[in-house]
Design a protein around this ligand. Structure first.
Ligand code: GLA
Length: 731
C-alpha cells in the first residue's frame, strides 16, 4: 500500500523571516482558514470563510481589521494563553514548575504535508520565550469533504512538573457576525432535544462531568451557523463534535467586537494534569465540517468522512438482529432463549442478541441490583453455557451476539467483594449508585486486563460469536482511584486516565478481534462519539424506541452520524402500528426487540416482508447520501431520502408526526433531492401492509428533474402514517 505521500513541506523558521510574514492557510475545497503571525510573533486567526482566489491577497486580510484597543488584539489568538494581558477565555492555562501562572506562546515553525491523496496535515509549533514550554497545533484537513480535525500536543522541558489547568483541543475564531448555535440537551430516554439560539455578548458554555461518557445531559454535537439560523441548503455552518468519550467543555464567547471565539476541549473540571518533563499531553480531536451551502451538505460530507476514515468498517455491512431485552428482561432460561432463535429465523434477521441477565452465580443477575462483574454464565439459566447457545443458533441458521457491560460492578457481586480497590469510590464516604452499580477504575492496568479478559474469554470459548453489545450505564460518582493514590498520581488525572484506559482496552480488543461488529450502548446515546467509533461499528441512540419520538431523535442524530452506525430497533414502547414502528427503524440499522411469535398473522407477514425489503435497500441507506427533505419541527410529517452514488437508486422515508383527527399532513408534494435530473425513474411503495393497496403507480416514470422540482406527494395522513418509496432508474 502506498504510504504517506510527502508533497509539500513549508517549514518556516521564525529566525529566517520577519515573524509577521508568516501566513498559514488551512484550506479545504470550499473553505479557508488563514492564520498569521503578528508583529510580536503571536499567531492569530485572521480569516475563516469561502476560499480567496488570489493567494497574493492573503497578506491583505489582517490589515482590514482594526481590533486595536487595549487587549482586543488578543481576541483572535489561534491558541489563547492565560496569565499575561489576555482578558478573554483562554485555550490553555498552566502553573509553571516554579509556580508562575503566566504563559505566552509565540510562533516558531510549521510544516504542511499531504498525508495521502485526500488529506493534509498542518503542524504549527508555538513556544514560550521565558519558560521551556511548547504547544503544537495540529490541523488535519480532508480537502474534498471540508472536514477538519484539530488537536494539540503540549510539552515542556522544565526541570520539575508543570500543572496544566486548562488544555483545549481547538480555539476557533470567527470575525463579527450574527451567530446561531444549535446544541442538544437531554435526559435518559429524551436524548438529542434540539435547542437553537442566537449567541449574544458574553459566554455560553456547554459541558458534562459524567466521567464514563460524553453525553447524557448535554451532547457534544453542535452546529454554528453564520448570519441566520441553520438552514438545510443555504448559509455557512460549522457542524461537529469533540471526539472524546468523557467530560467535555465548549465555550462560545461573543467578544466586545461581536466576534465569536469557540474553545473546545476536555472539561478542565477536576482535571488538573501534572505534566512531567519530556511527557507529551495530547488532547482529543475536535472534528468539524464546514459548508457554505447549509447543514444538508455538511452532514453528507461528515457522513462520508465517518464511513471512509473513522468508523470501524464504515463502508462495510451490518447485521440485522432480534434482541431479547424487552421480550424477556432478566427472566429467561436456555429453552426460552433457544425458542426465540426461531423468531429470529422467522423474521429473517441475521442475528440473535442475548441481552443482560446471562451471568453470575453467587449473586445471580436476575435484576439490575446484583451480579454485574461476575462474568461466568449463570448455571441455572444456562446450564450448557454460551457455547451451547451459539451452536444452537448456528443450527437454526442465524448468528449469535451477546451483551456485556464490562466496566461496571454491582456492590452485590464477587468482583466487588474480591477487588474493592478496583472500584471507583471515595473510601471514607457512603457509596452512591447509578442504576445500582459502580464504575471500575480503568486507570488501573489490572482493571484494563480484566475488561479485556472478559471479551477475550467470550471469543476464546465461542469463536463463532458474531456481535457484542457493549453497554455502559453508569456515570462516575465519588471520583476517586485507589490505584492513582497508590501510584502517587494526582486524583485529578482520573477522568482522563479512565478514558485513555478504555481506549487502551479497545486497542487490544481490535488488535486481536479486528472485525467483529460491536455496538456502543450507554443507557442511550451516551457514547456516540467519533473517538470510540475507531473501534465500534454502531451505536444505540436512545433507550427511547417510541417511533414518534424516534423520528425527531433520528432526525437530530442524522446531522452528525450516518445511518450505518445508528441502531434502530422495533419495540413495544408504543401502541403505534407495527408498520409505523418498522418504517421508522428502517432508516437506520434495523433490529427488533419484540416477542415476534406473539405478533398477529398480518403483523408477522408484514415484518417478514419488511426485513426482505430492508435487505434489498439497506445498501442505499447505509452507504448512500442522505437528504433531509421535510423538517418534522416545521411540518406535520418528516421526509428523508438516501441516494446511491451513481444516482440510480434512492429510498424516501415519510413519517406522520402529528396525529390530529382528519389531518392531511402532506399538503404539498415532497421535492426529492440528489437525483440526476436527466435520468428517468420509477417509484415503488415498499412495506405495504397486508390487505392494503398502494396508490403509487409503479408503471409510471418521472424525470429526476420533475421529482426534484415538483416532487411526489406521499399522501401522509392518519390512515397512511408512514410511506417508504423506492426510486429506481429506468433505462
Ligand atoms: C441498558 C440498555 C438496554 C439494555 C439494558 C440491560 O439500559 O440501554 O438496551 O441492554 O441496559 O440492562
Amino acid at each position: 500500500m502506498k504510504r504517506i505521500l510527502f508533497i509539500l513541506i513549508c517549514s518556516v523558521i521564525a529566525a529566517g523571516l520577519q515573524a509577521q510574514d508568516v501566513i498559514i492557510p488551512i484550506f479545504t475545497n470550499d473553505n479557508l482558514m488563514l492564520l498569521q503571525t503578528s508583529r510580536d510573533g503571536r499567531l492569530n486567526t485572521v480569516y475563516f470563510g469561502e476560499p480567496l482566489k488570489n493567494e497574493s491577497e492573503y497578506k491583505e486580510v489582517a490589515r482590514r481589521y482594526n481590533f486595536r484597543d487595549n487587549n482586543a488584539g488578543i481576541y483572535n489568538a489561534t491558541y489563547t494563553t492565560a496569565g499575561t494581558w489576555n482578558l478573554v477565555e483562554p485555550a490553555i492555562e498552566v502553573l509553571q514548575s516554579d509556580g508562575n501562572t503566566s504563559l505566552e506562546l509565540k510562533y516558531v515553525s510549521h510544516t504542511q504535508e499531504k498525508t495521502d491523496d485526500n488529506a493534509t496535515l498542518t503542524i504549527i509549533k508555538l513556544e514560550d520565550a521565558l519558560y521551556q514550554f511548547s504547544v503544537k497545533l495540529f490541523y488535519k484537513t480532508w480537502t474534498d469533504l471540508n472536514v477538519i480535525e484539530q488537536w494539540t500536543e503540549i510539552e515542556h522541558s522544565q526541570s520539575e512538573a508543570v500543572v496544566l489547568k486548562k488544555f483545549a483541543s481547538a480555539n476557533l475564531f470567527f470575525a463579527g457576525n450574527d451567530f446561531y448555535l444549535t446544541t442538544y440537551g437531554s435526559a435518559w430516554a429524551r436524548e438529542m432535544q434540539r435547542n437553537e439560539e442566537k449567541l449574544t455578548r458574553g459566554i455560553k458554555s456547554i459541558d458534562t462531568k459524567l466521567g464514563t461518557r460524553a453525553y447524557l445531559l448535554q451532547s457534544p454535537n453542535f452546529i454554528i451557523s453564520f448570519d441566520n439560523k441553520a438552514a438545510e441548503n443555504t448559509g455557512s455552518v460549522v457542524l461537529g463534535q469533540l471526539a472524546w468519550s468523557s467530560n467535555f467543555r465548549y465555550v462560545f464567547e461573543i467578544d466586545s467586537y461581536e466576534n465569536l471565539r469557540f474553545i473546545a476541549g476536555i472539561n478542565p473540571f477536576a482535571s488538573e494534569y501534572t505534566l512531567q518533563p519530556g511527557e507529551t499531553f495530547k488532547t482529543p480531536s475536535l472534528v468539524y465540517v464546514v459548508s457554505h451551502n447549509g447543514t444538508g451538505e455538511a452532514s453528507r460530507n461528515l457522513h462520508r468522512w465517518a464511513r471512509d476514515y473513522r468508523v470501524l468498517d464504515g463502508n462495510g455491512e451490518r447485521l440485522t438482529l432480534l434482541n431479547n431485552w424487552e421480550a424477556t428482561y432478566f427472566d429467561f432460561d436456555e429453552d426460552k432463549i433457544t425458542s426465540l432463535f426461531k423468531d429470529a429465523k422467522e423474521l429473517g434477521v441475521d442475528l440473535f442478541l442475548l441481552d443482560d441477565g446471562w451471568f453470575a452465580n453467587k449473586y445471580p443477575r436476575n435484576s439490575d441490583n446484583a451480579g454485574l462483574g461476575d462474568w461466568e454464565e449463570n448455571k441455572k439459566k444456562l446450564p450448557n453455557g454460551i457455547g451451547h447457545l451459539v451452536s444452537e443458533a448456528t443450527k437454526e441458521g442465524i448468528k449469535f451476539g451477546i451483551w456485556i457491560e464490562p466496566e461496571m460492578v454491582n456492590p452485590k457481586s464477587e468482583l466487588y467483594e474480591n477487588h474493592l480497590d478496583w472500584v471507583i469510590r471515595q473510601p471514607e464516604r457512603p457509596e452512591k449508585y447509578f442504576r445500582n452499580q459502580l464504575v471500575l477504575d480503568l486507570s488501573n492496568p489490572e482493571v484494563q486486563d480484566f475488561v479485556f479478559g472478559i471479551v477475550d474469554k467470550l471469543f476464546t470459548d465461542s469463536p463463532e460469536l458474531a456481535f457484542i453489545k457493549w453497554d455502559c450505564n453508569s456515570v462516575i460518582y465519588n471520583a476517586h482511584s485507589a490505584y492513582l493514590e497508590r501510584e502517587n498520581i494526582p486524583q485529578t488525572h482520573l477522568y482522563i486516565e479512565y478514558t485513555k484506559g478504555l481506549y487502551n482496552v479497545m486497542e487490544r480488543v481490535r488488535e486481536k478481534y479486528p472485525d467483529v461488529p460491536i455496538m456502543l450502548c450507554s443507557g442511550g446515546g451516551g457514547r456516540g462519539d467519533y473517538e470510540l467509533f475507531k473501534y465500534f461499528t454502531e451505536f444505540w441512540p436512545s433507550d427511547d424506541t417510541d417511533p414518534l419520538e424516534r423520528v425527531y431523535m433520528q432526525w437530530n442524530y442524522s446531522y452528525f452520524f450516518p445511518s450505518i452506525v445508528t441502531d434502530c430497533h422495533v419495540t413495544d414502547w408504543s401502541d403505534l402500528p407495527l408498520k409505523y414502528r418498522v418504517d421508522v427503524a428502517s432508516m437506520g440499522k434495523l433490529g427488533f426487540d419484540i416477542v415476534a411469535h406473539e405478533l398477529s398473522e398480518n403483523d408477522m407477514q408484514f415484518a417478514k416482508e419488511a426485513v426482505q425489503n430492508y435487505d434489498a435497500f439497506k445498501d442505499v441507506v447505509w452507504h448512500g447520501d442522505m437528504y433531509r427533505l421535510v423538517d418534522p419541527y416545521k411540518n406535520d410529517f418528516a421526509a428523508l431520502m438516501y441516494v446511491n452514488d451513481n444516482k440510480s437508486r434512492a429510498v424516501v422515508f415519510n413519517y406522520l408526526v402529528n396525529f390530529r383527527y382528519m389531518l392531511t399532513a402532506s399538503i404539498l408534494p415532497v421535492k426529492f433531492a440528489g437525483l440526476d435530473s436527466d435520468k428517468k425513474y420509477a417509484l415503488k411503495e415498499l412495506n405495504v401492509y397486508p390487505g392494503h393497496r398502494s396508490w403509487i403507480d409503479s408503471e409510471k416514470t418521472y424525470s429526476g428533474d420533475f421529482l426534484m422540482n415538483v416532487g411526489i406527494n406521499p399522501n401522509i395522513n392518519l390512515r397512511n402514517m408512514s410511506v417508504i418509496l423506492e426510486v429506481n432508474e429506468v433505462k
